[in-house]
Design a protein around this ligand. Sequence first.
Ligand SMILES: O=P(O)(O)O[C@@H]1C[C@H](O)[C@@H](CO)O1
Ligand SMILES: Nc1nc2[nH]cnc2c(=O)[nH]1
Length: 540
Amino acid sequence: MAKSHTCSGEPPVGTKGNPSSPVDKVNGKTGKKKKNKRRQRPACQNATDSLCSSVTVEDQSKQTKKRSARSKQEKSAQQTSDRSNREQSTQTESPESVQTQIETPSDQGIHSPATESKSTQTLKTSFTLHQAYWGKSSTDDGSVDELAPQSISISNQLTVISWNIDGLDLENVYSRSKGLLSHLGNCKANSQERLNQLRRVWKWMKEAPLDHTVIFGGDTNLRDWEVKKLGGLPNGIFDVWEMLGEPEESRYTWDTSINDNKEIPNSIRIRFDRLFFRPAGAQDTRFFLGAVCLRLPEAEIMHTKENSCCCSFEDCKLTTEWLLSRTRHRPKIAIVCGSGLGLLAENASNKQDVRYEDIPNFPFLVMRGVLYLVTSKANPVSSCKEGFTSTRVIQCARFGIRFPCMSDAYSKALRKLALDITAELGYSNFVREGVYCMVSGPNFETIAEARMLHILGSDSVGMSTVPEVTVAKHCGLSVLGLSLITNKVSLDYSREEKVNHEEVLQISKMRAEMLQNVLMTFIARSHQVDPINNNNPNAV
Ligand SMILES: O=P(O)(O)O[C@@H]1C[C@H](O)[C@@H](CO)O1
Ligand SMILES: Nc1nc2[nH]cnc2c(=O)[nH]1
C-alpha cells in the first residue's frame, strides 16, 4: 500500500490512460490554507478520472437522447463528460441490475504458476455482476469492448476492476479468488455517495458464492467514522489492515506529513486505501462447523430445543452462514470430540468458541463432551419433527447425493495414515481396527443386546459417531473414525462388574493425551494422502 494517497500514485493495473500528476494540479492553484486543504481532493479526482471511473450517475433522459445520435467519437466524448458528473451521484438500484466495467485476465494462463502475475493479462470488457462472480466474459472472443451497450444504457455505474489473484487459492482455481478494485467517490462532501457505494460493494461481497474468496480494495476515500455510520463492517467481511493487527506504521495511506506532496500545509493523515476480505467457506465442512473448535459446556445437559429440530436445507444454510460470519477460520477438517475428549478443544490454539445455544436452528441435546446431532432418546425421529437425523438429512438431495454409498464411509487412505502414525508414535499395542456399532442409548446394553451385537459382528459399541459419519459422508467429506475403548461390554450374566459413565470418562481422560498426539500428527499430515474435502457437486 502506498504511503501517500493512491490518487496521486500509480494507476491500478490494466486501467487505461495515464494520470496527470495531481501534484502539478495542486501546484497550479494558490490560496488560503483552508482552501488548499479542500483543493487537494479535486486534484485527486482529476487523477482518478483518468484512471478509472468511480461511480457514474447519468441523467437517463440525457443519455437516451445522446445515445440515439452518437457516433463512435461522440461515445468517447460522452464517457469523458460522464466522468465529470460522477461525484454528484446517488443510487439505490439493486446490485443485480448494476453493470460493471471490469478488467479481467483472459482465460489463458489460468493454470500458470502462482509466481507469474496474471495482473498484466487484462482485458477490458463488461460484465454483469453475476458474470463477474462466475468469471465469464461477455466478450468471449477476447475482443476489447470499450463501451459495451449495457454499460451506457443504465443510469448508475460503479466501475470495478476484477482480477484473479494468483496463488491465493492453493488449488489455483480461477473462479475462487476474485479481486474487485474500485475507486469510491471522493471528497468530504461526497460522503453520502461514498456510503451508498460502499453499501453496494459490501452487498456484492456478501452475496458472492460461498466458495469464492472476494477481496475488494482500492482508494476508498473512507473515513473511519463513515464505516461506523454504516454500523461497522458487516459480519463475514474483514478489513485486511485490522486482520493484520492494525500495524501503526501502515495505518495511514494518505499522510501529508511524509508524502512528497509538499503543497499541503497541514498534516493530514487518513486511511483512504483499504482492502476488504470476504473469505470463502470450505464447502464440505459447512454442516460440521458447529462441531469445530467448540468449547464443551460445563453443564451436564446444556440445552434442549424442544420442537425446534427444524433442519430444512435453508435452515442449515442460515446456520452455516451465521457461523461463517463469526469466524475467519475456514476449516478443512472437522473433529467431533467424543466423551471426555474436550481436552482436545481446550488445547487448541487460535480458537474461537461458539456456544451451542447461540447457533440459530441448531437442534441438539448436549451432554458433557458430546455433540449429538441426533436428539435421540427412545424415539429419535418422532422427537425430532423434521429431524436432523442422518436419515432425514440424506433425504434432502441438496446436501449431497440422494442415496450415498456407505461402503467406503471410512476412508482407506486416512485409516492407513492413522495406523502409520500410531505405529510411529509407539502406540501400536493399543490400536485395533474393527467394526464399530452405534446404538442410540442413552443406556448401556443389556447382556442379551450385547450378545446380539457380538453375533452380528460388532467389535465395539458406542452411542455416537455413526450419525456424524453418515452426514459427513453425505456431504462429501473423507472420514476417519477413532474410538477409544473405555470399558468391557459384558456378554456374561454371571459377571458382577457393571459399566458406568464415570469409568468411561476416567479412561477417556487417561488416554486423552495419547489421542491428542495421534490427532495432531494426523492433521499435520492428512493432506498427503487424500483430499479431505471431496468437493460436493451439489453443495450450494
Ligand atoms: O459415543 P460414546 O460411546 O462416546 O458416548 C456415550 C455417551 C456417554 O458420553 C458415554 C457413556 O459413558 O458414552
Ligand atoms: N452403547 C455403549 N456406549 C458406550 N460408550 C462407552 N461405553 C459404552 C458401552 O459400553 N456401550
